[in-house]
Design a protein around this ligand. Structure first.
Ligand code: FAD
Length: 291
């Protein structure tokens, strides 16, 4: 089959959906409901995050394997360096391979304290995501994607250095990138421009997270280095006290961002679904995307 890098380049307009490994059986049912509800939209791929620690970690292997076996979808399995030795990472890559999962999103992961905390690599482990790109490329026939940050990684020294990091990951063999959530199209286009100026044409899929609850998004944004612009805070705050209206405005804002991104040449849209299909389908409706 064709690799995701090729499909994203050739497909014109890529759609993809991100899920996370659920903690319990109810969560598992919700995840599969969402996957089945979104499957008819024929996304280019669906991705499953790799847990920060503990028991959700091997769930990524199981879920992506089941997606490969039981659905028409191409799974993209996330993998992080944090807390693993090189041998452990090789073992997980082999498990993905055995499950029929051919695509990996190679990430560094974060310390327990979050992405701003000082990073200390695990003894015998890897230091940066680029080393995992190289490891995955060298082992089996994996095709690899990486993370990108329109507002810069929270601990990056500058936007230029951050673009250098993404360019290095592309030169190491990453075929596509997916961005952190962001709310200003100009931040995304700025990143694309910095990467293109460096002579690298890696497709960069914008990561879309609709605001359904302002304080939750602000809390998360603070952690990951995404700011919620004042004009968006104002638009959402106008509906304070009316959760349904807040949600509707959040969907409108996300749909406007999607329109602007696609009009400006983004190769597609990657949706953070939080294991639910409803918000993504509402955005699709606003964008007039149908099955
Ligand atoms: P890197 O590319 O290694 O960069 C990390 C930091 O080091 C950056 O500040 C970078 O500027 C700097 N750096 C990189 N290389 C060098 C160098 N050579 N010299 C000096 N500095 C350097 N986390 C999870 O735990 N599980 C997930 O499934 C997951 N999925 C994600 C999906 C997406 C699309 C995104 C955007 C993030 C995801 N994350 C996930 C979070 C991610 O692990 C963190 O954002 C992490 O802090 C950075 O990961 P990275 O792969 O970009 O790391």
């Amino acid at each position: 089959g064709r690799s995701l890098g090729e499909l994203i380049r050739e497909g014109g307009r890529s759609f993809s959906f991100e899920f996370f490994p659920p903690k319990d059986e109810a969560g598992e049912a919700q995840l599969w409901d969402a996957i089945r509800a979104l499957e008819p939209y024929q996304p280019t791929f669906v991705s499953v995050t790799y847990g920060a620690g503990g028991s959700t970690r091997d769930k990524t292997v199981a879920i992506t394997g089941r997606i490969a076996r039981e659905t028409s979808l191409i799974p993209l399995a996330h993998l992080t360096c944090v807390g693993h030795t090189r041998e452990e990472l090789e073992g997980i890559l082999d498990a993905y391979d055995a499950e029929g999962v051919a695509h990996v999103l190679a990430l560094r992961g974060d310390p327990h304290e979050g992405p701003r905390a000082d990073w200390t690599p695990t003894d015998g482990g890897l230091n940066y995501a680029i080393e995992l790109v190289e490891l995955a490329r060298a082992r089996g026939s994996f095709r690899v994607g990486v993370a990108a940050f329109p507002e810069g990684h929270p601990s990056a020294e500058s936007l230029d250095h951050d673009a250098d990091v993404l360019v290095a990951k592309a030169r190491a063999g990453a075929e596509f990138a997916v961005t952190q959530m962001f709310f200003r199209a100009s931040d995304y286009f700025g990143l694309v421009e910095r990467v293109r100026e460096r002579g690298v044409d890696i497709p960069i899929l914008p990561g879309i997270m609709p605001i359904l609850n302002l304080s939750a998004i602000r809390r998360q944004g603070e952690l990951i280095g995404t700011s919620v612009p004042d004009e968006i805070v104002e638009r959402i705050s106008a509906y304070d006290g009316d959760p349904a209206a807040v949600r509707a405005e959040g969907i409108r804002i996300a749909a406007e961002l999607c329109d602007e991104l696609l009009a400006g040449g983004a190769p597609g849209l990657h949706f953070y679904t939080l294991n639910r299909s409803k918000a993504t389908l509402e955005i699709f409706e606003a964008l007039q995307i149908t099955v």
